[in-house]
Design a protein around this ligand. Structure first.
Ligand code: AMP
Length: 279
């Protein structure tokens, strides 16, 4: 495994693989790696010959300085894990390498980015769009791996890649969960044991809402059931429970299509968590 902190070195190295017609997979992450990231890496290793994992905490996708400052980091542990996983290359750039000057260009999504995460984290997807476009241009991977955990991001990136004719297949990977149902997240590291238990109500509410939709087709009833479960946990502060179509990421008020997902965002203490299930 080789770690690149610069763009030129990585590009030159990847060029040698492209010359040999080897396929390249990219797994973009913000580090503090867990089993969810490992799942993405495993897929990439199964499906491509060369796996690049990038670790970059992208400052411009954080809409609060406190959230950015509190984002957990573990460079040494992450690199050790990636070495054990036999990842070919790690791209570990600094902010200066990724943003040598303030970018003039931004990717602005239309309606899809104005709801849910876009509404609660203004500017978040503008930052995501730019960093993902930059990573795709730097690595030029045949396949790029994203988790369904960040469902809105996954759907937006798929659309961006199609809209801009970027030559990379976006592969989506199902959510990896703890035994309690809590979706793995780097942010979970900042939860106490009690908070973790409270956080497991997020998956419980999603499961109950899904059951309701499958039973009655009632989207409103499903939302109410989910909210009731979340509101029963004193520590959980709900931001949204929404039911969306996965085709266009529009909020639906009727269950008519199979391609539907229930999405939740909630805070516990100062830790913000998101999760979803597909119906
Ligand atoms: P992050 O480091 O949180 O930005 O996540 C990097 C990638 O890993 C994103 O595509 C996430 O959707 C994905 N990911 C994070 N947590 C999980 C999880 N529990 N299961 C599957 N994928 C995940």
């Amino acid at each position: 495994m080789e770690v690149f902190k610069d763009i030129i070195g990585l590009r030159q190295q990847l060029h040698t693989h492209r010359m040999k017609e080897q396929t390249i997979g990219l797994v973009p992450t913000m580090g503090y790696l867990h089993q969810g990231h490992i799942e993405l890496i495993t897929r990439s290793k199964q499906q491509t010959e060369i796996t690049v994992c990038s670790i970059f905490v992208n400052p411009i996708q954080f809409n609060s300085k406190e959230d950015l400052d509190n984002y957990p980091k573990s460079e040494e542990k992450d690199l050790l894990l990636l070495e054990q996983l036999n990842v070919s290359y790690v791209f570990y750039p600094s902010v200066e390498v990724m943003y040598p000057s303030k970018a003039e260009t931004s990717i602005r999504f239309k309606n899809m980015a104005d709801i849910l995460e876009g509404e609660w984290r203004p500017g978040h997807f503008v930052g995501v769009g730019l960093v993902v476009a930059k990573l795709l241009n730097i690595v030029q991977p045949d396949k790029t791996y994203f988790g369904q955990k960040d469902l809105q991001q996954l759907i937006l990136v798929k659309k961006m890649v199609a809209d801009l004719n970027i030559n990379s297949e976006i592969v989506s990977v199902p959510i990896v969960r703890e035994a309690s149902g809590l979706a793995l997240s780097s942010r979970n590291a900042r939860l106490t044991d009690n908070q973790k238990e409270a956080a497991s109500s997020i998956f419980k509410c999603l499961t109950a809402a899904k059951e309701e939709i499958l039973k009655s087709g009632g989207v409103l009833a499903a939302k109410q059931i989910a909210l009731k479960i979340l509101n029963n946990e004193k520590e959980v502060l709900t931001e949204y429970v929404e039911i969306v179509s996965m085709d266009n990421f529009e909020i639906v008020d009727k269950y008519t299509v199979d391609n539907t997902a229930i999405c939740v965002a909630a805070s516990i203490g100062n830790v913000r968590l998101i999760d979803n299930v597909v119906v």
